[in-house]
Design a protein around this ligand. Sequence first.
Ligand code: ATP
Length: 359
Amino acid sequence: MEVQLKDVTMQFNNTTAVDRLNVTIKDGELVSMLGPSGCGKSTTLFMLAGLYKPTAGEIFFGDRLVNKIEPEHREIGMVFQNYALYPHLTVLKNIMFPLKMRKVPNKEAEELAREMAALVQIGHLLDRKPGQLSGGQQQRVAIARALVKKPKILLLDEPLSNLDARLRLEMREEIRRIQQEVKITTIFVTHDQEEAMSISDKILLMKDGKFQQFCPPEEMYDYPDNEFVASFLGSPPINLCPASIMDNLKEVSISGTGDVISLSSLLKTKISHARQVILGVRPEDFYVEKDENKQGIHGKTMMVERIGRDHLLNVEVQNKTIRAIVSPDFRIERGDVVKLGILPGRAHVFDAHTGESLL
Ligand code: ATP
């Protein structure tokens, strides 16, 4: 089912937790709500769940305005961080619970619960109590319980945060598989950018209660709308350095260095005059050479660190550290002077005052 937020706002006394949020989530999409702590993710999810009523704005599920509809009538399933399973009930009874509340006959409820247990692959654990399950298995029970009423929308609040790194990886793939099998519109709160990048159709990125960008993960990574979005996605993070666009509108000079670089990205921009900007380059978007005479950013290698297959260089440029990723075949040592060129079309340019992308 489609979910639409129109100017949705939530005010707690002096705090505007969510500020005029406008988003449309299409039927069957998996959307991650992402952002730093306190940006309003959980508040937004709670408004969708009906646990909070927005102070302004409208929430639609399909054509239905749900602002005043109670949680139990919203046709949603919800999974919380702590799973909230009933410890004294078996797995089967836990999954059947929402159906019992709705007075579904026992036999039908059990059938539906078994069907959900099979979907989340815990059919062999039905007689156990939650205390006898691993974290990942408890998570599966919580998902089965959320889905058993055949909701139209699934809401997940940091569902993986209590799992260790390997289980997190496994469970996020599972959530994606289950979501695609059931084809249910799913909204997933996380503060982990890698998690959001890996499973979502789209990411909704927020900061201080305000909308930042809403689009597919790759698009957000390659075409961030502002400096905050650019720096929130990516690890190691994007390099940001003050620079000025030259009068010819084809080159930038890196502040304080005398290094001038021509940027193909500038050719397509709306920039019409020389100005101060923030130049953004992701660590993987440099090409590093030892030839000091070529055009580029010159600096001294302070550290060479292995990350997975590649090497991460910390290059000192005017007392600032720039991070660049190179292939392990590239021979380089601490102390080597290098030149950092930027791969064609991979530079980002942001307004020095507003942080908005100028590309
Ligand atoms: P986290 O990742 O830490 O869970 P979040 O992005 O989910 O953060 P919210 O919990 O939605 O953020 O909080 C957004 C803002 O609203 C914060 O400033 C928070 O302190 C405030 N807030 C949230 N709930 C309440 C409440 N019940 N009463 C008052 N202020 C609240």
